[in-house]
Design a protein around this ligand. Structure first.
Ligand code: NAD
Ligand code: ZN
Ligand code: ZN
Length: 409
C-alpha cells in the first residue's frame, strides 16, 4: 500500500517522504492540431510493437532527486511511487539528461529562481516506459516508450487554439515545479498523456532522452533554412553541437562553428563543422569574412547565450541573411550601428522557444533513427543517478558535454 498525504501549500513543512505530489496540470481542451497529432500517435501505436499488456510489479517507494528548500544541490530521497490520476501516465524512467538550465536549478541562482518553483523533482529531458495508465489516456498502454514534451501547454489560450501550443501563454514545465512537481530525476514519474511523445522506433535510451534538446536544434535549423547556404553556429554546447549536426543533415553548404573552449570546437568538427573559430583567441568578424569571401554568413544560429555574441552576431551576417536566436542572454539586446547591421541588411530575425509539438519530435526521431545524425559524440557521461553530485560538479567546472543519468542505478 502506498502511503499518501496530500501536499498542501504548507508542503515545505511536511517531511518530503510524507508528501504525495499533487496532479496540478489540468485536463483542458485540445487544439485541432493536438487532436490530429494524437490521432497520429494512435496510428503509430497500433502499428508498432510498443503496446504490451504484461504489467510489471511497481514498488511502493522509489528514489528521486528533490528540491524542497531554496538552497544549492538536491536531496536524493526515498518517496512513494505516485499514482497516475485522470489523463496521466506513470513512467518508469530509463534515462534523464542534464540540461544547462538544470545547473541554474541545482545552484538555485537568480535564473533558477526565475524559472522554477519549489518544490520539484528536476529533470525535463527523459525517456521511459509506461507502467501504469490513469483513466482517459486514449490508447497509450502499458509498455509504450515515451519522451516528455516538457512544455506543458494549457490548451486554452490564444496560442494553443491557433496551432501554436509550443509558445503557450500559460505554459507549465515538467522538472521545474511549474504546474507539476514531477520530473525525470526519479525512478518513476507522472506525465499527462497529452504531453507524452510516443516513440515510433527502437531508439536507445541514450538517443531517446536527447530527443528533447535535439528538438531545439532541429527547430532552429528548420526555421533558419540553411540548405545550400553558409551556416554559422555560435556556441558549441549540446544545443549548438546538435545544430551543427542537423544543419549538416539538412544540407547546409558550409558550416562554421564558434566557441571559446578548444574541446568544444573539436566536437563541433566531429559533428560536421567545416571551419571552427575560437572567438576568445581570434578576431571573429575577420575569420567569418575570410571564410565567406567577405559576404558574411547567410544563416546564423546564436546558441551561446553570451550577451556579447547575441549583440555582435548581426555583424557576421550577409545582407539579406537570417538570424535565429536560441541562446538565452541575461542582459538586454544592444546592437551597435543599427542602420548598417540591422536595417540596411534587410535581415530576417527569428527566435524559438522549445520544439513544435509534436512535429519537431517526429522529425528529430526520423533524423536519429535513420542514422542521419549521430548524437553519441556529445554524450560525455552516462552514470547512475546516485552519482548526481559528480555530474553537476563536472558541469560546473565547464567540463564534459551532455551527461545522462540512469535513475534505476
Ligand atoms: N530557446 C530555447 O528554447 C532554448 C532551449 C535550450 C537551451 N537554450 C539556451 O541555448 C543556449 C545553449 O544551450 P546549451 O545547453 O548548449 O548551453 P551550454 O552552456 O552548454 O553551451 C553554451 C556554449 O557557448 C559557449 N560560449 C560561451 N560564451 C561564448 C562566446 N562569447 N563565444 C562563443 N561561444 C561561447 C560555451 O563555451 C558553451 O560551449 C543556452 O543559453 C540555453 O539557455 C534555449
Ligand atoms: Zn533543457
Ligand atoms: Zn496555452
Amino acid at each position: 500500500m502506498q502511503k499518501c498525504v496530500r501536499l498542501t501549500f504548507a508542503h515545505q513543512r511536511l517531511p518530503f517522504s510524507d508528501c504525495v505530489w499533487p496532479n496540478r496540470a489540468k485536463t483542458t481542451q485540445h487544439g485541432s492540431r493536438m487532436e490530429a497529432q494524437f490521432t497520429f500517435q494512435k496510428f503509430a501505436l497500433s502499428n508498432a510493437t510498443q503496446f504490451k499488456t504484461m504489467a510489471e510489479t511497481i514498488p511502493a517507494t522509489m528514489k528521486a532527486l528533490v528540491k524542497t528548500k531554496p538552497t544549492a544541490s538536491y536531496e536524493l530521497v526515498e518517496i512513494p511511487v505516485p499514482v497516475p490520476g485522470d489523463g496521466e501516465l506513470l513512467i518508469k524512467v530509463e534515462r534523464v539528461s542534464i540540461c544547462g538550465s538544470d545547473i541554474n536549478l541545482y545552484t538555485w541562482n537568480e535564473v533558477g529562481q526565475a524559472i522554477a518553483t519549489l518544490p520539484f523533482t528536476p529533470g525535463h529531458e527523459c525517456v521511459g516506459k509506461v507502467v501504469k495508465v490513469g483513466p482517459n489516456c486514449g490508447e497509450i498502454g502499458v509498455g509504450t516508450r515515451i519522451g516528455v514534451e516538457n512544455h506543458y501547454y494549457c490548451g486554452n489560450c490564444y496560442q494553443c487554439t491557433h496551432d501554436l501550443p509550443h509558445i503557450c501563454k500559460s505554459m507549465g514545465q515538467f522538472g521545474h515545479g511549474k504546474q507539476t512537481v514531477h520530473g525525470g530525476c526519479s525512478q518513476y514519474t507522472i506525465v499527462p498523456a497529452r504531453y507524452a511523445y510516443v516513440l515510433k522506433t527502437n531508439l536507445t535510451s541514450q538517443q531517446a532522452c536527447l530527443l528533447e534538446p535535439f528538438g531545439v536544434a532541429q527547430h532552429a535549423i528548420e526555421e533558419v533554412e540553411c540548405k545550400d547556404d553558409t551556416l554559422l553556429v555560435i556556441g558549441c554546447g549540446p544545443i549548438g553541437l546538435l545544430t551543427v549536426a542537423v544543419g549538416r543533415a539538412m544540407g547546409a553548404k558550409t558550416i562554421i562553428a564558434a566557441d571559446v573552449i578548444p574541446a568544444k570546437l573539436e566536437l563541433a568538427k566531429t559533428m560536421g563543422a567545416d571551419h571552427v573559430i575560437n572567438s576568445k583567441d581570434e578576431d571573429m568578424l575577420a575569420a567569418v569574412m575570410k571564410i565567406t569571401n567577405s559576404d558574411g554568413a547567410g544563416c546564423i544560429v546564436e546558441a551561446s547565450g553570451s550577451p556579447y555574441m547575441v549583440n555582435t552576431c548581426f555583424t557576421f551576417l550577409r545582407k539579406g541573411g537570417r538570424i535565429l536566436l536560441v541562446g538565452l542572454p541575461k542582459q538586454p539586446l544592444h546592437v551597435e550601428n543599427v542602420l548598417h547591421n540591422v536595417i540596411f541588411k534587410s535581415l530576417t530575425l527569428k527566435t524559438i522557444h522549445g520544439r513544435k509539438i509534436f512535429h519537431t519530435w517526429e522529425e528529430s526521431e526520423r533524423l536519429i533513427s535513420q542514422g542521419l545524425v549521430d548524437i553519441s559524440p556529445i554524450v560525455s557521461h552516462d552514470i547512475p543517478m546516485s552519482k548526481f553530485e559528480d555530474a553537476f560538479s563536472t558541469l560546473l567546472k565547464a567540463e564534459g558535454c551532455k551527461i545522462l543519468m540512469d535513475p534505476q542505478a
